[in-house]
Design a protein around this ligand. Structure first.
Ligand code: TXA
Ligand code: MG
Length: 453
């Protein structure tokens, strides 16, 4: 289905300030009960008010940062606004969307049927907390944060049907970003928001990434600097027994298991490598997601560890096999090869190459910066290890050795190598069972055209 719309002018609005509001902590108040937006008239608050006004009245979504990835937000209570997300992303509306709330007050309001008198289940006991008990410790421990909970959608519901895609549940999270919380509060309604990338591309972790994908398709991108976590939230279903993880993300399975009632949480998703599909898969034979334009070849950690050093040979054989068939994407002689390293690989993955030209690509959060995404990209001429003949260009980037750092830089590194014209990107995988390694590997397996294990 072609979803074309007239080109808009897209504005990137910087919001460097971080003191945008706080949770009210009056006597007897629940810790996350109510988010209060700062009463100052700062430029940041003025921009947030304008963006909120747009979200309340217009049907084009607004991109905003969260701690995980940038989201493409729309008022979750208005169908026309939610449909605007799919139009901007050029994505069919077959998937339910996560809604983002500012505080528990907003969550309870959604859990309350729109019109209690007519509610189909007729249970409107006001003394009963509508937030299921099973979620209480998770909320206390991980909200605001990268955890999405599945909850029963009341009938009738305040949420637009496009949000839940016909399901009886909705997914909700409270993002750990004062900017996001303030924006939601000013709208006064939850924001439905998938990642703000074009369909199939890696999720955006900076405002520049959003602009790359959605320039001309949305009106506003709120720039709050790079995202701290770098992969999407963990999605859990605590309404079934045992509870399930539906998508791995910024909260690890071990963290979940340490919570009462969640000791037996199971993996309720399957990665490509477990679905019995042929591995390695032929490029182009699958539904790709999180993918740059370049072809991604993923080395599982098992390969990296047990065959340490062998990958250089394997990569070189692969490149030579492609040399005669393909000219580079950018028309240059020889292929452009990207390497993303994590724990074990040597620089250039051990391939033979000339002197490195190094460049640090830095994205940060303006003057009140508290973290940055810093990518050290090294470029060199690539040689045939036996004949020493030049066979292309190599671009090497190391994204760290622990899974939190890897998650933080992963999507940025894929995009940066793509921007530099990589034809192939070879990625050193990490282990699933360390911290949020499962989330990193889940995204990489989806991005990859081939998996070496
Ligand atoms: O970190 C994140 O979660 C980001 C940022 C922007 O907050 N958002 C995000 O949203 O990734 P979205 O809408 O792309 O993610 C939706 C995920 C999908 O995996 C979807 O299948 C699952 O949540 N989901 C949402 N509602 C669901 C439901 N009712 N039942 C089952 N899965 C649901
Ligand atoms: Mg997404």
């Amino acid at each position: 289905m072609s979803q074309d719309l007239p080109r808009m002018s897209t504005q990137v609005l910087r919001i460097p300030e971080t003191e945008l509001g706080k949770f009210r902590d009056g006597n007897d108040q629940e810790k996350l009960g109510s988010w209060e937006v700062s009463q100052t008239k700062s430029p940041s608050i003025r921009i947030l008010n304008e963006a909120a006004q747009h979200l309340k009245t217009k049907n084009t979504p607004v991109a905003f940062p969260t701690e995980t990835v940038y989201g493409l937000g729309a008022d979750a209570t208005r169908s026309e606004a939610v449909k605007g997300i799919y139009t901007a992303k050029k994505r069919p509306s077959d998937n339910p969307l996560i809604i983002h709330i500012s505080d528990l007050e907003m969550l309870r309001s959604i859990l309350t049927p729109e019109n209690p008198e007519n509610a189909s289940n007729g249970t409107t006991n006001t003394n009963h907390d509508l937030i299921p008990e099973i979620y209480k410790t998770l909320i206390e421990r991980f909200w605001p944060g990268p955890l999405t909970l599945l909850l029963p959608n009341p009938v009738p519901s305040k949420l637009a049907p496009e949000v839940t895609a016909g399901l009886k549940t909705f997914g909700v999270r409270m993002p750990n970003s004062p900017l996001a919380l303030s924006l939601i509060k000013l709208v006064g309604a939850p924001l439905a928001a998938p990642s703000a990338n074009a369909s199939t591309k890696p999720s955006p972790t900076t405002a520049e990434h959003v602009l790359e994908d959605l320039d001309g398709r949305i009106e506003f991108i709120l720039d709050g600097g790079p995202c701290f976590v770098g992969v999407e939230s963990t999605v859990v279903d605590g309404l079934c027994d045992p509870p399930l993880i539906l998508r791995p993300g910024g909260v690890s399975i071990d963290e979940l298991r340490s919570c009462p009632g969640w000791e037996k949480v199971q993996k309720g998703y399957k990665d490509q490598s477990e679905t019995g599909k042929s591995v390695p898969r032929a490029p182009g034979m699958k539904y790709k997601h999180y993918s740059p334009k370049a072809t991604v070849i993923l080395y599982e950690a098992s390969f990296a560890v047990s065959y340490n050093g062998i990958q250089a040979q394997d990569v070189e054989t692969f490149i030579k096999g492609r040399q005669s068939q393909q000219i580079s994407r950018n028309g240059s002689d020889g292929l452009q090869i990207g390497i993303i390293r994590t724990r074990h690989w040597k620089p250039a993955a051990g391939l033979r190459c000339g002197d490195f030209k190094s460049e640090t690509v830095k994205t940060q959060n303006g003057q009140e910066n508290h973290f940055t995404i810093e990518l050290d990209v090294q470029e060199a001429e690539l040689y045939d290890s036996t004949t020493e003949a030049p066979i292309g260009k190599l671009m090497d980037v190391s994204i760290g050795t622990d899974t939190r750092s890897i998650a933080h830089g992963l999507f940025s590194a894929l995009r940066e190598l793509d921007r530099r014209g990589a034809d192939f990107i070879f990625v050193e995988g990490t282990v699933d069972d360390e911290d949020i390694g499962a989330a990193v590997m889940n995204r990489l397996r989806k991005a990859a055209s081939q998996i070496r294990s």
